[in-house]
Design a protein around this ligand. Structure first.
Ligand SMILES: [Zn+2]
Length: 158
């Protein structure tokens, strides 16, 4: 709890969005995302004068600092795991196109319970909604530490 609070405080000072300090244009040395004209985007070819940097999503992944966690539970999950994992994968692929920093970086599968960590809160919410739209069940959102961190819970027991 103390660690998390400290991280939240740091987050308010924006350590993962170093736009002011970040060269523009710049290209992430890890994932290749391009920072140009103040926004992040995927580009086939980065601008010729781009400098290398580590993007905010890769920084979060490196420090295992999630912006969202999704917990999926229940018998329905166990019986339809392949379909549900496909929904999650497709949702991530679609979100990443337009929000390059929104990513899944950790999946822990324990049969009837899966926990997924994401870099930011938006994609966690979208994944919860996509699973709920396709599979019904019960969906809940919690923002235990303010709006910048989400805990998504989905469950279906039949
Ligand atoms: Zn990156």
């Amino acid at each position: 709890m103390g660690k998390r609070n400290k991280l939240i405080q740091e987050q308010n000072h924006d350590p993962y969005f170093l736009k002011a300090k970040c060269s523009d244009p710049a290209v992430c040395e890890k994932c290749g995302v391009v920072f140009h004209h103040g926004t992040f985007e995927w580009k086939e070819t980065p601008p010729a004068n781009a400098e290398y940097f580590l993007c905010p999503a890769c920084k979060r992944i490196e420090s295992q600092y999630e912006g969202g966690i999704i917990v999926l539970e229940g018998e329905f999950l166990y019986k339809h795991k392949k379909e549900i994992l496909n929904i999650i994968k497709n949702t991530e692929t679609n979100e990443r196109k337009y929000r390059p920093l929104e990513r899944i970086f950790d999946v822990v599968d324990n049969d009837r319970r899966i926990a997924i960590k994401t870099t930011y809160e938006h994609i966690a919410r979208r994944i919860g909604e996509a699973v709920h739209d396709a599979c019904k069940g019960e969906l809940n959102f919690h923002y235990p530490e303010g709006e910048k961190y989400i805990r998504v819970h989905w469950q279906r027991n039949d």
